[in-house]
Design a binder for this molecule. Structure first.
Ligand SMILES: *Cc1c(COP(=O)(O)O)cnc(C)c1O
Length: 462
């Protein structure tokens, strides 16, 4: 007889994964390499090490090693807040009256309130190992800045966080938390860097964007001794670190013989989605199982990198300083409207996910924020967790799929990533309650402006 499935499918501490899974090793059609923006040749480790820490660079460039060991000292840090629970959404299923089974992997149990700590911990560990004294980074919504502040604090590293100005104003408590962990916080654009000053000259009232903040953080890292830049999404090494999410999810489902039909994640730069789907996509690519599993990315309609973007080589930042990344992009000059899911306001998408999308292996859809918050509130009333606005994009799609199952009377298994909690997002919930939330959808003209910033190079001509 099948075991009754509990509400919380816990793993024990000795079942925590010992390895990260590198999905690229199992992709026959691999994502394209990063390019040096000057020579347009594949970026070398040496190029990247001017900006990033050494071990993450190695991981960034490695598309053939399947399993990469998690260092023991890092495993100890992970044990301070992992394994994360996989939760059966019995109450949501009941409220929806759906025959579908819904599960969510909850990454909001640590103080940063998101999955970002999984990669922050790894990057801080490697920076310390390498003998650096400080790192710089940017943060949009503040989750990454908080996660990085926690990790830097733990490993005794200095940290400067450039926080997108609108977010630092919308979320004063994020700022307070980051500073409490000992990091230095600078609203971006700022006059502390050349790229910040340039942006301010052009547009003194700008609320900033992740792209601007990245430029400032990179510049600061390059100019400072024993300092490198760390970032919380987009790059392949970040997705690698986040594979712990998918590995744990799969281990917990395997215990009960459960095979997901649909896996859903919200997508900003793609790290949680890439990490959640990795082992399931790997099995699909190898023809082992999950042949019919569908993978769905959900993004805000205000920043639609997948659904309205282009597959092209583009810069990761507004000042056009990063290597060129082949990805789904709205153009490095695209500045999304100030919607409430700050963690999803990024013009590009991780190269692995971009390639999978281009090859038809994952689907994508977008949602406007008022509908996303409808879903969030429906969820929190029955499941008892206040979701982050970013995570709520995945909730929205999970509810839609579950209602589709209700219409078709199918008992599908839906798994989604609940990437974090929304305690620092109550201004967004206030706007929702007061019905003052605006749904931003860029016009074709807005998009054309963004596309015009995509570099005009031979690689973008095909
Ligand atoms: C940053 C963030 C996201 C989006 O980032 P990805 O790299 O796309 O995963 C989603 N949810 C939360 C809670 C976040 O903090």
């Amino acid at each position: 007889m099948a075991k009754k499935i509990p509400t919380r499918l816990y793993l024990s501490e000795d079942e925590i994964p010992r390895f990260w899974y590198n999905l690229r090793a199992d992709m026959k059609a691999k994502p394209d390499p990063l390019l040096h923006p000057g020579t347009l040749k594949p970026a070398t480790a040496q190029d990247l090490e001017a900006v990033f820490c050494k071990e993450p660079v190695k991981q960034e460039l490695d598309d053939s090693t399947r399993l990469i060991p998690i260092p023991e000292a890092l495993e100890e840090f992970y044990l301070s807040y992992r394994p994360a629970p996989l939760i059966r959404a019995y109450f949501l299923e009941k409220a929806l009256g759906t025959p579908a089974e819904i599960y969510y992997k909850f990454e909001g149990t640590n103080t940063s309130g998101s999955h970002k700590l999984n990669s922050a911990a790894a990057q801080a560990y490697y920076a310390k190992e390498e003998g650096l004294t400080s790192v710089t980074t940017e943060t949009g919504a503040g989750q990454w800045g908080t996660a990085m502040a926690m990790a830097a604090g733990y490993y005794g590293l200095g940290l400067t966080v450039y926080m997108v100005k609108v977010s630092s104003e919308q979320k004063p408590y994020r700022k307070a938390l980051i500073e409490t962990y000992g990091a230095k916080l600078i609203p971006s654009p700022s006059n502390t860097t050349e790229s910040g000053r340039k942006i301010l000259e052009k547009d003194p009232d700008t609320g900033g964007s992740l792209g601007c903040a990245i430029s400032e953080a990179v510049e600061q890292a390059v100019k400072t001794d024993k300092c490198r830049y760390v970032l919380g999404s987009v790059m392949n090494h970040v997705v690698l670190h986040q594979s712990i999410i998918g590995q744990e999810t799969k281990a917990a489902l395997d215990k009960y013989g459960i095979k997901p039909d649909i896996i859903i994640g919200c997508a900003g730069g793609g790290s949680n989605l890439g990490g959640l789907i990795a082992p399931f996509m790997g099995e699909k690519l190898l023809g082992k199982s999950n042949a019919n599993t569908r993978f769905i990315a959900v993004e805000p309609a205000s920043c639609p990198s997948f659904t309205r973007g282009r597959y092209a080589y583009d810069f990761g930042d507004t000042a056009r300083t990063t290597p060129l990344i082949r990805m789904m992009t709205l153009g490095n000059g695209f500045i999304p409207s100030a919607n409430h899911a700050g963690g999803l306001r990024y013009h590009g998408m991780n190269p692995i996910l971009s390639k999978l999308y281009k090859d038809g292996l994952i689907e994508a859809r977008s949602a406007v924020q008022s509908e996303v918050f409808d879903a969030a509130v429906q969820f929190m009333k029955v499941e008892g967790i206040l979701p982050a606005p970013e995570s709520s994009h995945a909730i929205k799609a999970a509810i839609d799929e579950a209602l589709e199952c209700k219409r078709t009377k199918e008992k599908k298994v839906i798994v989604f990533g609940l990437t974090g909690t929304g305690y620092f997002d109550l201004t967004a919930y206030i706007a929702y309650n007061n019905k003052t939330m605006t749904d931003y959808i860029p016009t074709d003209e807005d998009l054309a402006k963004g596309f015009s910033s995509i570099p005009d190079i031979p690689q973008n001509k095909d």
